[in-house]
Design a binder for this molecule. Structure first.
Ligand code: SF4
Length: 475
């Protein structure tokens, strides 16, 4: 999963550099491993990409270079690596200079047949530097545009969409044009809008939080929108959207920022999570308990749960925001240590109460929850309370995760998913929970139905039934 962002303007305005930087900061939650950028003033281009956060990569020196070129087009990506390494070569955007011009591309999403795409491109004589999805898409589009269609990028993107199953919302630029595109299933969100004299775009609407930015709409599944530095704006529905879209339901459950809209939902993501918490409370109430959110991902669902049952909500778990998301870190020991680094327990609460209901958005592996419960019981002991007297009920605001994701969320392979091979009772025993319950798939759909037709959402990680062909992942 990644964030893409950028703009296309018909004249340079010095404040564009600040706006562009803010877009990057606002989409930092979508990827913290790399940041990269390509920009052009219509005649010259420049680019950079590196390991690190936006603040580490978009340095004062690079910002000065950016402003000096006075770019009319810029694209960028905050990356969370799912294919390829975290080295700069695998980072995005990717770029290429051909005899007829300069091209650069960044995407959000994954190709579930990536290895086959790579082999097909190699067989056609294409040289790949990284094997990253964004590079594969760039070279496949250019190959189709030049080999078959006289350099027509719209035709190249059409070919991509007709022949490449998968999740990709992307931005492709030349020296003078910007192309926004989205796969026909619409797995990943992509918005565009206006800021002063620029067309701007971003993976979520939080990329438009700057004052006087306005949101136009989503890029539709199967659509290409073209802007240029002379003010052109064209819409091309290059392939029909799939009848049943596959918008990733994990975006509103977990990934997107709570103050964002994704998929043109009328309410913000935080509201979706609040409604899920209410539904969870109706399905699996715990009476006379103190409601505890797992910060930050469980917070909105916890408020919904507490509101529905009229229970008090308290903070027991304190999260250090500077430790990365645990399921992105390889190696079990490392992951367990990180949970302990990431969270601490407020023992004072454990002196006063004995029954807690802990709310999180999901349970992927059981590691995080198992360590949190251990830490709560250790905290009780420190507070002079018998840890076995403390009830820790776990409630999850998504159904059990039974299949890994091939579309851009870096969930582990099935054998590492707790619910893929264990019953709920077995997981409860393994993590030492007093009880464990998940919101049902029907409950999730009922909540999703308030925002969109639930048939338009991908559910593959809950059902392990995938909407496209894929090459099974083994690690
Ligand atoms: Fe989202 Fe799950 Fe579908 Fe992946 S499999 S796109 S995480 S709903």
């Amino acid at each position: 999963m990644c964030g893409i962002l950028g703009y296309c303007a018909d004249k340079w305005d010095a404040s564009l550099e600040k706006f562009f930087g803010l877009q990057g900061f606002n989409l930092q939650h979508r990827g913290q491993e790399n940041f990269g950028c390509t920009y052009s003033n219509g005649k010259k281009f420049n680019h950079f990409k590196d390991k690190g956060l936006v603040s580490q990569v978009f340095t004062r020196e690079r910002r000065d270079d950016f402003s000096a070129l006075q770019p009319l087009i810029a694209i960028a990506q905050t990356r969370y690596a799912t294919a390829g390494g975290t080295d700069a070569i695998s980072a995005q955007p990717h770029w290429l200079t051909l005899l007829d011009g300069f091209y650069s591309n960044a995407t959000n999403g994954d190709l579930p047949m990536l290895q086959k795409e790579i082999e097909d491109l190699k067989a056609s004589g294409t040289i790949l530097l990284s094997g990253n999805d964004g590079e594969v898409i760039l070279k496949k589009v250019l190959y189709a545009a030049h080999k078959r269609n006289g350099g027509d990028l719209i035709a190249g993107l059409k070919y991509l969409m007709e022949t490449t199953p998968g999740a990709y919302s992307g931005c492709l630029m030349t020296l003078t044009e910007l192309y926004l595109y989205r796969d026909p299933y619409g797995f990943r969100p992509l918005y565009y809008g206006r800021w002063r004299n620029a067309w701007v775009f971003g993976s979520e609407t939080c990329a438009f939080h700057e004052r006087d930015a306005t949101i136009e709409r989503e890029v539709y599944p199967g659509e290409v929108i073209v802007f240029d530095i002379h003010g052109k704006k064209e819409h091309h529905q290059v392939v029909p959207p799939k009848a049943n879209r596959q918008k990733c339901i994990f975006e509103p459950i977990y990934f997107a920022r709570p103050d964002s809209h994704v998929y043109e939902n009328p309410a913000e993501v935080g509201s979706f999570r609040f409604q899920l918490g209410k539904r969870l409370a109706r399905e699996h109430p715990v009476e006379d308990a103190i409601v505890i959110p797992v910060p930050d991902s469980g917070r909105f669902a916890a408020v919904g749960y507490a509101t529905e049952l009229g229970l008090p909500l308290r903070e027991l778990l304190i999260r250090n925001p500077y430790i990365p998301r645990t399921f992105q870190i390889a190696g079990q020991t490392n992951r367990e240590d990180l949970v302990r680094l990431k969270f601490t327990v407020m023992t004072s609460l454990l002196k006063r109460y004995k029954r807690f209901v802990v709310i999180d958005d999901s349970l992927v592996r059981s590691t995080t929850m198992k360590i949190l419960i251990q830490m709560i019981r250790e905290g009780a002991e420190k507070a002079g309370v018998d840890p076995r007297e403390v009830e820790v009920h776990i409630r999850l605001a998504s159904p059990p995760i039974k299949g890994c994701c091939y579309y851009g969320i870096d969930t582990p392979v099935s054998k590492e998913l707790a619910a893929a091979s264990h019953t709920i009772d077995e997981i409860a025993k393994e993590i030492d929970a007093t009880s464990l319950a998940y919101v049902s798939l029907e409950g999730l759909d009922e909540v999703a139905g308030k925002f969109d037709d639930p048939k338009n959402f991908c559910h593959a990680c809950f059902t392990a039934v995938y909407p496209t062909p894929f090459i099974p992942r083994t690690r």
